[in-house]
Design a protein around this ligand. Structure first.
Ligand code: ZN
Length: 444
């Protein structure tokens, strides 16, 4: 029993390279080190394969466990060899499965396959393993410690994202496909509870049906919410989160999408409305600009070619009642026939409308049969009794200030930004923690 007599001897004196590496890989679930471990260590690993428990006072492994372990080694050598012969990518994939890591780019394509994804989920660590891990922490150098910290922080983010997402699910969720109520839990995938509808067999999770469904790298979503709130440019956001520019752009708009779909539908009591204008923009859409407009591109935002209101100006109609409920519309034109439907769908029947002295707004209010008070702001009138439009004007100026950070946005995305601002403004205007912003993105 060489292992007992010379425990410090390197194990490659007895085992072939591929043998000790395979044993290490299988028992430790991490890549084998460059320097072979001691014979004693490896013998214990081999015995582990034969059922040896390696307890603190368990002594040296007996011949039976060793014998069973030794017999299993050739099979473990075969597996990576076979994998290697199939191709490097499969090897990467199997390696990342053993490490529970999803970071290898080559492995990602394979991991999107469901059974593999399930295998890749972290296995709960037992007490002994955890103690051994804690022991190892002491041996790390400064750089390794920094790496470990980053890894832990990313894991924390992923967990809190999952918690926020799960918090959105009703205690008795309904099927998104058939609205059936007989729904059972059906395992986990990607750190999220999966549900299965007994009626139609559909499986779903907290993200199904939201704009965020199927987006990857969930651990970075908190950062995305922060980046959006800070209004970083796409380029800087991409650098901050460590993703590609196109990813940063896609995320921004997926995150912006949902608040845009939720707007107040029954403004009540006294409601104020006013229009504001922004320049029609085709930022980042040169082909669309060419197809829809005859003008040359503007540089850096620029100015309208014509003075006053024209086709170059996009009217935005904002309605806001005194309780702070807000609805906004990007209109094709600022005339009565475009304003009327917007008023009709967002005002309660008995609402009272305050406007500036705009003829189009007055005509639209009349069309809807709503009580209407016009304040002639052009002549310096500020309020008449309870009637004024100061709330909506303040909202306009907050919106414009907030928009400065984006340095102009394409008109086709304007609704997304309006929706996001509406949600932010409702959430106590500023200072909302990223977590609540993320919650906004999935269920405003
Ligand atoms: Zn169903």
């Amino acid at each position: 029993m060489l292992g007992r007599d010379c425990p410090e001897m390197p194990c490659d004196a007895v085992f072939a390279d591929e043998e000790w590496k395979a044993v290490y890989l299988v028992t430790q679930r991490k890549p084998p080190p460059a320097k072979p471990p001691s014979l004693d260590t490896l013998v214990r690993m081999v015995a582990n394969l034969g059922g040896f428990l390696n307890r603190k006072h368990g002594g040296f492994p007996g011949p039976k466990t060793l014998w069973i372990g030794l017999q299993r080694i050739p099979d473990f050598v075969l597996a990576p060899e076979a994998a290697r012969s199939i191709g490097e990518s499969y090897w990467l994939c199997s390696r990342s499965l053993m490490m529970g890591s999803r970071s290898e780019p080559g492995a990602r394509a394979h991991l999107s396959h469901r059974p593999l994804q399930w295998r890749a989920r972290e296995v709960e660590m037992d007490v002994h393993e955890f103690r051994r891990l804690l022991g190892l922490v002491d041996t790390l150098d400064v750089e390794q410690r920094a790496q470990l910290k980053l890894q832990l922080a990313a894991g924390d983010d992923a967990r809190s994202v999952s918690a926020i997402l799960e918090g959105r699910v009703e205690p008795q969720p309904r099927c998104p496909r058939c609205d059936g109520s007989h729904v059972v839990r059906n395992g986990h995938a990607d750190r999220l509870q999966r549900y299965k509808c007994r009626a139609c067999g559909q499986t779903f999770n907290a993200l199904t049906g939201t704009p965020l469904a199927r987006l990857r790298q969930r651990e970075k979503w908190l950062a995305q919410a922060t980046v959006l709130e800070e209004g970083l440019s796409v380029r800087r956001a991409a650098a901050r989160m460590g993703v590609h520019r196109t990813t940063a752009f896609r995320w921004r708009h997926r995150f912006l999408k949902l608040p845009a779909m939720v707007r107040a539908t029954a403004l009540a009591g006294v409601a104020e409305t006013d229009e504001t204008y922004t320049l029609r923009s085709y930022k980042g859409q040169p082909r669309r600009l060419h197809a829809e407009q005859a003008r040359a591109p503007r540089r850096r935002g620029g100015k309208a070619a014509k003075r006053g209101l024209s086709d170059e100006q996009v009217p935005i109609l904002v309605l806001r009642d005194r309780s702070g409920q807000t609805a906004d519309f990007v209109l094709e034109r600022g005339d009565a026939c475009h304003i009327t439907p917007a008023l009709a769908q967002s005002l309660a029947e008995d609402a009272i409308l305050c406007t500036d002295a705009s003829a189009a707004l007055a005509a639209a209010a009349k069309d809807c049969g709503i009580e209407h008070h016009a304040i002639n702001t052009a002549r310096g009138e500020r309020r008449r009794g309870p009637w004024h439009i100061q709330n909506v004007n303040a909202y306009h100026s907050r919106w414009k200030t907030w928009m400065i950070r984006f340095h102009g946005v394409a008109t086709s995305y304007l609704e997304n930004y309006l929706g996001w601002f509406r949600a932010l403004d409702r959430n106590a205007q500023t200072g909302a923690p990223p977590a609540s912003l993320l919650a906004l993105a999935i269920a405003a």
